[in-house]
Ligand binder design. Structure first.
Ligand SMILES: Cc1ncc(C[n+]2csc(CCOP(=O)(O)OP(=O)(O)O)c2C)c(N)n1
Ligand SMILES: [Mg+2]
Length: 694
């Protein structure tokens, strides 16, 4: 009887997926049909998950990395009765996925978008679709589970011990990201991580034999994983056994290779690429239903007993586990109130009360310091106050100054899962995906590298913005100012392309005190990522008794040095290391009787969000003589310059040379700025010291 009910549940998942894709006339039916027994077995028999509280902190995570098979997840969420989550992270309400929403698969504002989207649908742990990202995120989630356990579990109070399960497709495992992520997970011995590989040997173009000859078992064994094999996705007993082996395997992650048949049960489309990305067609749907012993003309049918069976399985088990846990947490709170308070703040993304205590202010200093240097000092100050601020670098911590040096910060490694310094290795893409997984688990992660290598980590940055995760990126060596390493290491178009990501805040501070203010802007963010862009080379620390306070950073741009009487005739707008050039040009212009104003503009995004009056006060519309100075692609500055302005920026790649030579070569000198100002104001003057005009 139970066996029949299990089969009925599995076939319900299959037919819901087929019907939804058919109704939408788009989507992927074949993989949900094939993997219904896998998802069902995992949810019904193993997953520590309470459908009544999809945000329970110690729940197992289920990640559908093969996001194109989204209907698999939506069908399971519906049948398991997973609840929607209301505003404020708490009120359980309606179903996360109602049958009506499944009928509206892929339609505007449906809870069932084409690919699973975090924030839109409760029970969706992360946004997947770009192949590889889900498996990457899962490593961050598994790390978070271990980190939380190491930090917060106490004898008799096992608060954290959750596992992370992933369904990964051929494409997921082909992506380079999966190699980086699996290698890192193996190194860290994350035995709470289980990837289930759908070995259906089909991708969009046809058989995987077209492009893939890897031996997955050998590959993952090489990373230090345990590998299981299930020869038939329909063999739920074998799946249960493999999941059981995963549970009992210590010191290493597990890969379960499951051989499956895409479009299982569809007489003409099974095992073909046609089962991947298009509806089966009415006739084929009917034929498949016949094969399952399903009423051929029924649509969106959930037979009696199916929901009840889920409720008696995952529903009852999940409720019991969560209630036990909630009781444990209450006793823990009585005994360890500070730790419990930290967990509560983490859950609500709320900072500790005195999070900004000890943030340094920096005295004026003409020689100054590199902004990576001041950032390292500020980061270490705030990290003392925010215990769950954790992160690291892709092998560049000594250069990016991102190491936490205070006592007890420690390194996160197998054997010390409480460490706060992460060594991602030279794996920028995995670092980004892991940061997203950490953030999705409530931690406050940062990751660091050189700005040029943001290209290697860009897809997860985009997804952090899409998911509204407050991940922090620290990118140093931010321009040709890095000097001798030359054009391979000198970012040009990166600022522009990062500024183009919706929601992301890009900040390029001009001096040490702006750096401190940037961190004060970044830390309180709860629903958007921020990216700090920092210099390798020293920049002066401005005398703030002479120039405006650095707190102006919060508004994205502010008047740093003004014309007499606050009535400028020319605006010098700079970011980062170029602001000091603008200040020097400004002093020269003042001496020549030119009324110039320097605007420091660390963040376009923050400035654009200010009221019009403020923006007009900083950049008065009647002042059309405007110069922007930034050692990066000039493209985009037109928005602040208007037709009468001039961007002093980069229009080519850089070059390998000492910093001062590069500044002269590319026109980043006070003299060049002064000459440009004179020209815009209609006064002729020689551009001294400029070898090539930008
Ligand atoms: C990074 C990335 N590249 C390309 C795609 C487009 N795409 C979607 S599914 C897929 C491959 C499908 O094969 P597989 O991963 O084996 O999934 P299956 O069809 O077997 O479920 C591709 C190339 C994507 N989603 N993400
Ligand atoms: Mg495949």
């Amino acid at each position: 009887m139970t066996r029949d009910l299990d089969q009925l549940c599995i076939d319900t998942i299959r037919t819901l997926a087929m019907d939804a894709v058919q109704a939408a006339n788009s989507g992927h039916p074949g993989t949900p049909m094939a993997l219904a027994p896998v998802a069902y077995t995992l949810w019904q028999k193993s997953l520590r998950f309470d459908p009544e509280d999809p945000l329970w902190m110690d729940r197992d995570r289920f990640v559908l990395s093969a996001g194109h098979a989204s209907m698999l997840l939506y069908a399971v969420l519906h049948l398991a009765g997973v609840r929607a989550v209301g505003a404020g992270n708490g009120t359980p309400g309606d179903l996360a996925v109602s049958l009506d929403e499944i009928r509206r698969f892929r339609q505007l504002d449906s809870k069932c978008p084409g690919h699973p989207e975090y924030r839109i649908t409760a029970g969706v742990e992360t946004t997947t679709g770009p192949l590889g990202q889900g498996v990457g995120n899962s490593v961050g989630m598994a790390i978070a589970s271990r980190w939380l356990a190491a930090r917060y579990n106490r004898p008799g109070f096992e608060l954290f011990d959750h596992d992370v399960y992933v369904i990964a497709s051929d494409g997921d495992l082909m992506e380079g990201l999966s190699h980086e992520a699996a290698s890192l997970a193996g190194h860290l011995q994350l035995d709470n991580l289980c990837w289930i590989y759908d070995n259906n040997q089909i991708t969009i173009e046809g058989s995987t034999a077209l492009a893939l000859s890897d031996d997955p078992a050998a590959r993952f064994a090489g990373y230090g994983w345990h590998v299981e094999h299930v020869a038939d996705a329909n063999d739920t007993a074998a799946l249960e056994r493999a999941l059981d082996v995963f549970q009992r395997t210590a010191d290493r992650p597990t890969l379960i290779v499951v051989d499956s048949h895409i479009g299982y049960g569809a007489p003409h489309k099974q095992d073909t690429r046609e089962a991947h990305g298009e509806p089966l067609g009415e006739d084929e749907v009917r034929a498949a239903k016949r094969f399952y012993g399903w009423p051929e003309d029924a649509k969106f049918l959930v037979p009696e007993g199916v929901r009840e069976h889920f409720a008696a399985g995952i529903g009852a088990r999940g409720a019991r586990l969560r209630q036990e846990w909630t009781g444990r947490l209450a006793a823990y709170r009585a005994k360890y109130p500070n730790e419990a308070d930290e967990l509560e703040r983490m859950r609500l993304r709320r900072l500790p009360e005195h999070w900004s205590d000890g943030v340094p202010t920096f005295p004026a200093d003409a020689k100054g310091m590199a902004t990576r240097e001041s950032s390292g000092k500020v980061l270490n100050a705030v990290a003392k106050n925010v215990p769950w601020l954790i992160g690291g670098s892709a092998d560049l911590a000594p250069s990016t100054k991102t190491l936490l040096t205070s006592d007890g910060a420690g390194d996160f490694q197998a054997g010390d899962y409480g460490g706060r310094n992460f060594h991602f290795g030279v794996r920028e893409h995995a670092m980004g995906a892991v940061l997203n997984g950490l953030s999705l688990s409530g931690l406050r992660p940062y990751g660091a590298s050189f700005l040029i290598f943001s290209d290697y980590g860009r897809p997860p940055i985009r997804l952090a913005a899409l998911m509204e995760l407050p991940v922090i990126y620290v990118y140093t060596h931010d321009s040709i100012g890095l000097g001798e390493d030359g054009p391979t290491h000198q970012p040009i178009e990166h600022l522009l392309s990062l500024r183009a990501i919706p929601g992301l805040i890009v900040l390029r501070p001009a001096d040490a005190n702006e750096v401190a203010e940037c961190w004060k802007v970044i830390l309180p963010l709860t629903d958007r990522p921020a990216l700090l862009v920092l210099t390798r080379q020293a920049v002066p620390t401005f005398d703030r008794t002479r120039y405006a306070a650095a707190a102006g950073v919060a508004k994205g741009a502010y008047v740093l040095a003004d014309a007499p009487g606050g009535v400028p005739e020319v605006l010098l707008i700079g970011t980062g290391s170029e602001v000091s050039l603008c200040v020097r040009a400004h002093e020269d212009l003042l001496a020549e009787g030119v009324r110039s104003r320097v605007v420091s503009m660390p963040s376009w995004e923050l400035f654009d969000e200010q009221p019009r009056e403020y923006r007009d006060a900083v950049l008065p519309p009647n002042v059309t003589a405007r110069i922007a100075v930034e050692q990066a692609a000039a493209m985009g500055w037109e928005r602040y310059l208007g037709p009468g302005g001039r961007a002093i920026g980069m229009r080519t790649f850089g070059a390998s040379a000492p910093h001062a030579d590069l500044q002269r070569r590319f026109g980043f000198t006070p003299d060049h700025i002064v000459a440009a100002a004179a020209e815009l104001l209609g006064r002729t003057r020689h551009a001294a010291g400029v070898e090539r005009r930008s």
